[in-house]
Design a protein around this ligand. Structure first.
Ligand SMILES: [Zn+2]
Length: 328
């Protein structure tokens, strides 16, 4: 399905389905200009995604030899199909931070480290092994790293007279970016600002405080003059500044909830704390919800615990093989 977003500049949204995924779809934006097209993000390395993307690009008559493919961040639903749609002539651009972090993922330096941390934080070891086989983040990622032109934070590139600034917004991923069409004041927000779902903020190996990074990055985007904000998933009909305020509020409330839970009982591990929080688990309880949801929820809880530790509100100590938390 293709949706026309605006006439001048000419922007379309190719809906890429993400079956069995709460994100529902990826919005792949295509901007057509006389100097070639811009394509933003791609979809999972999965047949349904590839079919929708290639059909959409064909219908819009996008010539990939004269296209610039911009990747907002390293997640598989954005990077999965880069090598499937590019030609030798396609310009592929991605923020330098996430591009090098993605290199570490392909070198197997990140997921083992991440899973090791989850186990130390109380996540059941057997579940880690199971989720590895079914986690879309892992199984629908590209098979190997694709070649790209890394772009530095704040740098611009041009398509004809259109100037695009790569805006560094770390938090959702270590080197997450948004893309700002300067004169037209259009912000492709990637997963940094989503409108009807809150972006997952997890703890990342080699990142000190993802949530703090994310909150700072929200303020950064709020400082831009934005006439139209285009998120990478689901709908886009909402005031971006209002949404930024809601997202900040969501995390402040969650920090308070976690602090209350930590205060209730001394020495709980992160997995136990995550189990007491409210999540949208549909009809499931914490015990019966799929491993993947508990995996994401524990990561999200850890980013908030890291924040509270950094802010000196709680302390983290080792208890046997596990880390546990208590209020100060
Ligand atoms: Zn993402």
């Amino acid at each position: 399905m293709i949706e026309r977003i605006c006439e001048k500049p000419e922007i379309y949204n190719i809906h890429i389905p993400l079956p069995n995924n709460p994100l529902k779809n990826l919005n792949c934006y295509v901007m057509k200009t006389t100097a070639g097209s811009l394509v933003v993000d791609t979809g999972f390395a999965k047949q349904e995604c590839l079919d929708a993307l290639t059909a959409g690009l064909r219908e819009l008559n996008v010539d990939m030899d004269h296209a610039t493919l911009y990747i907002t961040h390293l997640h598989a639903d954005h990077t999965g199909l880069v090598d499937c749609i590019r030609t030798d002539q396609t310009r592929v651009i991605m923020g330098t931070e996430d591009y090098s972090y993605m290199g570490k993922i392909f070198n197997d330096e990140i997921w083992p480290e991440y899973n090791r941390r989850l186990i130390e934080e109380g996540f059941p070891k057997a579940d880690i092994l199971t989720q590895k086989k079914e986690n879309p983040v892992v199984i629908y990622a590209p098979k190997e790293i694709f070649a790209a032109e890394p772009i530095k934070a704040g740098e611009s590139f041009f398509i004809g007279d259109y100037e695009f600034e790569s805006v560094s917004t770390p938090g959702h991923t270590p080197g997450n970016t948004c893309l700002y069409l300067k004169k037209e004041k259009i912000m492709f927000t990637g997963d940094h600002v989503l409108f009807d779902i809150s972006p997952n903020i997890t703890c990342w190996p080699f990142v000190r405080n993802s949530l703090e990074d994310y909150l700072i990055s929200l303020d950064k985007i709020a400082g831009y003059d934005i006439h139209l904000a285009l998120p990478a998933h689901r709908k886009h009909e909402m005031d971006v500044y209002e949404r930024i305020a809601q997202l900040k509020n969501h995390h402040i409330k969650r920090l308070q909830n976690i602090f209350e839970i930590v205060k209730k009982k001394d020495y709980q591990n992160a997995y136990e704390i995550a189990g007491q929080l409210r999540w949208s688990l549909r009809e499931n309880t914490w015990q019966t919800c799929p491993i993947r949801q508990r995996w994401f929820a524990t990561g999200e809880t850890l980013s908030h615990l890291d924040y509270l530790v950094q802010m000196n509100r709680i302390i983290k100590v080792k208890d046997g093989d596990l880390f546990v938390y208590r209020a100060k």
